[in-house]
Ligand binder design. Structure first.
Ligand SMILES: *Cc1c(COP(=O)(O)O)cnc(C)c1O
Length: 377
């Protein structure tokens, strides 16, 4: 009737592995499909999860848990490691010898791509867009990219343009053409490995976060709860699209709450919707996600992408001082700040259990050291 639609029935239990929580039948189906994808192993999984006990107590609820995707084990960790397992495998399957991608200067994605290339013996070419003048000495991710021997090409960022814009892809395609002329075979992949353009024809980054959602709920099930919400920083949309598919297909009670760090809600929602549609085709399962379920909140952009201010510094200090966990100044600090504000506004119930997904990025602390210290009084 509705071709290929695999009906979600939370009543269909395939249990035995986990105690307490009923596991959805769809999980096995999804895991089977994902197991069919080419993969290069880069991630030490499952990534750890623990309760933020002191912080949750300080807030008087909800109960906040953290999943440590900053500890994936590739380079200094981060959410891009999971995506690159599938993307690098795709590049290898296509017999490419070079990966071409782009990002902002200090992009975690480009650094992780360069590190994943090292694992697979590929050559990374990185187009880095400058939003501001660079400090004279390489620091943070640029330092790591230099140590990895990446071919770095700096470009000026167009003001007001999103980094997912066609002009950024054009810059990557230009570099790819040059590489082809030199007799090598480039694989062009978009920033964050989210939107399927260039040589990545399927939303492989989102596949990785669909799988991560299953991993996360497997962990919470073992802890005998189902998360009411997963909160995280959203940047190029793949993490959100994957998590949303995972929730819609296997745990519809779990709200997927993305906090935008770079773009306004309107155009960003469209990007997530595009990636979700790609996932529905790829997995042959509709999500039937309603518009209001694609939650990307742009109330916490603060002073704009990558700009460190007092609010960002304060939340980094608060979480570090109560829990010993380091947030980054570009993504996770804004997501955490957003989560705290939403808690204060009553967006979550005091009895809710929330999982905050730590997506990495802590290398960006160091190039921002002066600004951060300036707010530490
Ligand atoms: C890339 C990134 C994100 C956002 O993930 P997307 O899939 O691009 O939306 C969040 N946090 C950190 C630290 C990142 O590097």
């Amino acid at each position: 009737m509705n071709g290929g639609y695999k009906c979600i029935q939370t009543g269909l239990i395939k249990n035995g592995k986990t105690k307490g929580i009923q596991m959805n039948f769809e999980r096995d189906e999804i895991n089977k499909i994902i197991a069919g994808f080419d993969r290069v192993t880069l991630v030490l999984r499952p990534t750890p999860m623990r309760k933020l006990a002191r912080l949750s107590a300080e807030l008087g609820g909800p109960e906040i848990w953290i999943k440590r995707d900053d500890l994936t084990g590739l380079a200094l960790g981060g959410n891009k490691s999971r995506k690159l397992e599938f993307i690098i495998a795709d590049a290898l399957a296509k017999k490419c010898d070079t990966v071409v991608t782009w990002g902002a200067v200090q992009s975690n994605w480009t650094m992780q791509t360069a590190a994943a290339c090292a694992v697979a013996g590929l050559h990374p070419v990185l187009v880095l867009f400058k939003k501001y003048e660079l400090p004279p000495e390489p620091d943070g991710n640029v330092l790591l990219e230099r140590l990895l021997g990446a071919d770095i090409r700096f470009r000026d960022a167009d003001k007001g343009k999103m980094i997912t814009d066609a002009s950024a892809l054009a810059a990557a395609e230009e570099a790819a053409a040059e590489i082809r002329t030199a007799g090598r075979k480039p694989y062009v992949v978009s920033v964050g490995g989210s939107v399927p353009v260039g040589d990545m024809e399927r939303p492989l980054g989102a596949v990785a976060y669909l799988e991560a959602f299953l991993e996360l709920t497997e962990q919470t099930a073992a802890l005998e709860f189902r998360p009411d919400a997963v909160v995280f920083a959203t940047g190029s949309g793949g993490t959100q699209a994957g998590l949303l598919c995972g929730a819609k297909w296997t745990s519809p009670e779990t709200k997927v709450v993305g906090i935008n760090v770079s773009d306004p809600t309107g155009p960003f929602t469209e990007i997530v919707r595009t990636v979700v549609a790609g996932m529905e085709r790829l997995m042959d399962m509709p999500t039937e996600a309603r518009p209001e379920e694609i939650i990307c909140l742009d109330d916490y952009l603060q002073d704009g992408y990558g700009i460190v201010n007092r609010g960002v510094t304060d939340v980094i200090r608060r979480v570090f001082r109560t829990e010993g966990i380091v947030l980054d100044p570009v993504y996770t600090s804004k997501a955490f700040l957003g989560m705290l504000d939403l808690i204060e506004k009553g967006y979550f119930k005091k009895t809710d259990k929330i999982v905050f997904l730590h997506t990495g990025g802590t290398t960006a602390l160091f190039p921002n050291k002066r600004t951060l210290v300036g707010f530490c009084d």
